[in-house]
Write a protein that binds this ligand. Structure first.
Ligand code: FES
Ligand code: FES
Length: 157
C-alpha cells in the first residue's frame, strides 16, 4: 500500500511538491530524490553533523528530521549557498588554512560556520569551537577549521 504523503517545501528557493514516504529522513530525501548530495550522511543518529542543513533559517540534523516534517518549510543546503559571498569567503579560508582533508565533514562545517559569518559579530576561538561542537571532524584536529572560521568572522569589516 502506498503511504506516501504529498509534501510541499522550498529547497534552495525552488518550490518542490512531491509524494514522500513518511519514514524517509530529510537528508535522504534531499540526496536521493533531489540529487543534492552535498549534505553527507555519517552516523545517521544525530551525532556527527555531516547532514547539517537549514530549515526555516535554523541549523538542523537532516538525519533526525523526517522529510514530511519539512512540509511548508524553507530548506537550504550547502548547494544553495554556492552563490553566496559567505560561502565563497569561507571556502577560500578553508582552502588556505588546510581546514579539510577528506572533506566529509566540510559541508556541515560550512553550514554551521555560515551562521557566525551572517551574524557580523566577532568571536573568540572558544566561541567558534562551541558553535561547531556538533560537527565532528575525524581528520583535522579542528585547529585549522577554527583558524579558517576565525579569519573570516573576525576579518569582516
Ligand atoms: S548523519 Fe546526521 S548527525 Fe550524523
Ligand atoms: S576533513 Fe575529514 S572528517 Fe573533516
Amino acid at each position: 500500500m502506498d503511504h506516501a504523503v504529498e509534501t510541499t517545501l522550498t529547497v534552495n528557493g525552488t518550490p518542490v511538491t512531491q509524494r514522500i514516504e513518511p519514514r524517509q529522513h530529510l537528508v535522504d530525501f534531499l540526496r536521493e530524490e533531489l540529487g543534492l548530495t552535498g549534505s553527507h550522511v555519517g552516523c545517521e543518529h544525530g551525532v556527527c553533523g555531516a547532514c547539517t542543513v537549514r530549515v526555516n533559517g535554523e541549523i538542523v540534523r537532516g538525519c533526525l528530521m523526517l522529510a514530511v516534517q519539512a512540509n511548508g518549510c524553507k530548506v537550504e543546503t550547502v548547494e544553495g549557498l554556492s552563490d553566496s559571498k559567505e560561502l565563497a569567503v569561507l571556502q577560500k579560508a578553508f582552502h588556505e588554512k588546510n581546514a579539510l582533508q577528506c572533506g566529509f565533514c566540510t559541508p556541515g562545517m560550512l553550514m554551521a560556520a555560515q551562521d557566525l559569518v551572517r551574524s557580523k559579530q566577532k568571536y573568540t576561538r572558544e566561541e567558534i569551537r562551541a558553535h561547531i561542537s556538533g560537527n565532528y571532524c575525524r581528520c583535522t584536529g579542528y585547529q585549522s577549521i577554527v583558524d579558517a572560521i576565525e579569519e573570516v568572522v573576525n576579518g569582516q569589516g
